[in-house]
Design a protein around this ligand. Structure first.
Ligand code: SF4
Length: 503
């Protein structure tokens, strides 16, 4: 038995709705973190017994906990005649009933209440779609899901900024190009990114990308689509040398020239040099990312980021000298070995670098990360919350506004990741992605293309294979998947009011 198996709490969930067991597990994880869930199998250290009964048009749900934790709760709700809505309301009822008893047992209210989805802003849009004002929608979300007032206010602020930014029109499309290579693996990373090593795969990868991008551009022309935002991410696009970077950007140039926003992630400061930044600038990038995550060299070494604070400072100075006017900075609250004072030092230090946008992430430990492999534990949620609040205050002091957010599973303190920007520096691609409001054509290993019909909340995806050598061999097939995705005629519609996410 491994150390983790000994520590993890086993929970038997006895439920008549096994189809919702993952949703119920998400509620348990809000309070208990990692658990070993056994669906309809007795013998766990805690047993959750879920019962339901119907009476007329009402469903009553009961949750009873026995074993190492005990408690009981009951809730009722009307049954909707609309089968789709009914499924959502049914799930919501059982989650909230379990949340009630868990909250009583824990004696504490989590910041996001019973919400477990990654896009809480969707609830605001959904309520506004029913005719509520933004303020009413935020208040309803707070009351329905026990969201703390400061988090409901954060949602209100984000949607305020988003609704002032032109939403994607039905014929607009974003282009994403993925470079799934990094110079070393960061311990917290869960992306599908491999170490670049000697770089043998890079030239054939770029050959395949050029073909795929050319095919995407033909598809855009055939379908009468209009470029909106270009985003080159990864991985680390600046893992490519200047020559390869130039080839990829040149392939995408017809799109870039018509796009309203062009982002290239130059995430790792140790991959940046003048020749690469000149290539990026000369192809028209309006926004780059240079991401220190922390100013503390000992933390960087601990998490496997092979760069130093001095390299970050040099990269910012170089980018400014070359003429970049919008640099985004990513920081992470709760990195291993860091305390609140260290995070505050990072915030203060970042002032001098003066990024135009700042993304404050909360550490999460995903299964595919090295931290998970090392059996690292999440830091104290209260401490990370103070870090996140300090980040919010710092962004506000610099005149930045929160403009997008998302949550993840296994996050310290069940908090959130928030993007802040100076007015006019919001990244529309980030909003399009998080709100799933626009089409995306995506090139590269693991990249996912998306076609949306916001009028009915329909989203269809065409994923590329994620393994690099497979992608190199099958780039033509990836293109065919996108052509199939755009084969039918979809009707146009108004701005989306997406269905509730995870609620
Ligand atoms: S640089 Fe980014 S993508 Fe690459 S390993 Fe680190 S976190 Fe992951």
């Amino acid at each position: 038995m491994s150390g983790e198996e000994k520590k993890v709490l086993s929970v038997s969930l006895m439920t008549p709705t096994a189809q919702f067991s993952n949703d119920l597990a998400d509620v348990l994880r809000i309070f208990w973190g990692v658990i070993d869930l056994r669906v309809n199998q007795p013998g766990g250290r805690v047993t959750v017994t879920h019962r339901e009964e119907m009476s007329g048009d009402e469903r009553t749900c009961e949750m009873e906990l026995t074993g190492e934790a005990t408690g009981f709760s009951r809730r009722s709700a009307r049954i909707s005649p609309d089968p789709l809505l009914e499924k959502r309301y049914h799930k919501r009822l059982i989650k909230q009933t379990l949340y009630d008893v868990m909250k009583r047992i824990a004696g504490a209210a989590p910041p996001w209440g019973s919400l477990t989805g990654i896009r809480p802003t969707r609830l605001i849009y959904e309520a506004m779609g029913r005719g509520l004002t933004l303020e009413e929608a935020a208040a309803e979300t707070r009351a329905l899901f026990d969201v703390r007032p400061d988090k409901a206010e954060l949602l209100r602020q984000i949607v305020t900024v988003q609704t002032r930014i032109a939403e994607p029109r039905m014929n607009e499309v974003d282009l994403y190009v993925g470079i799934p290579f990094c110079v070393s693996r960061c311990a917290y990373c869960s992306f599908l990114s491999g170490e670049v090593g000697k770089g043998k795969q890079l030239p054939p990868y770029v050959d395949a990308l050029e073909k795929e991008i050319a095919g995407i551009l033909r598809l855009i022309d055939e379908k009468g689509l209009i470029p909106r935002a270009f985003y080159m991410g990864g991985g680390t696009p600046t893992s490519l040398d200047a020559g390869l970077l130039n080839r990829v950007l040149a392939a995408a140039r017809p799109f870039i020239d018509r796009a309203r926003e062009v982002t290239v992630e130059a995430g790792r400061p140790d991959t940046i040099d003048e020749s690469k930044l000149l290539v990026i600038r000369d192809h028209g990038a309006t926004r780059i990312s240079i991401n220190p995550q922390t100013m503390h060299n000992e933390t960087l070494a601990r998490i496997g980021r092979r760069h130093t604070t001095a390299q970050t400072e040099a990269a910012y100075a170089l980018a400014r000298r070359i003429g970049f006017h919008h640099i985004n900075m990513d920081l992470i609250a709760g990195l291993p070995g860091e305390d609140e004072a260290m995070f505050r030092q990072t915030l203060l230090w970042s002032r001098d670098l003066a990024p135009e946008s700042l993304t404050v992430h909360t550490l999460s430990i995903k299964r595919s990360s090295l931290l998970h492999l090392w059996e690292a534990q999440l830091p104290d949620g209260g401490m990370v919350e103070r870090m996140v609040e300090a980040g919010r205050a710092e962004a506000a002091a610099r005149g930045m506004r929160p403009y997008y957010m998302y949550r993840q599973k296994h996050m310290a303190g069940n908090l959130e990741n928030v993007g802040y920007a100076l007015p006019g520096h919001e990244c529309v691609y980030n909003i399009d992605m998080m709100e799933e409001t626009g089409h995306v054509l995506a090139a590269g290993a693991g990249a996912i293309s998306k076609r949306v019909d916001p009028s009915i909340g329909r989203i269809e995806r065409a994923p590329n294979v994620s393994e690099v050598s497979q992608y190199i061999d099958r780039a033509q097939e990836m293109l065919a998947r996108k052509q199939a995705l755009w084969a039918g005629n979809w009707r146009e519609g108004p701005r989306p009011r997406p269905g509730a996410d995870g609620a």
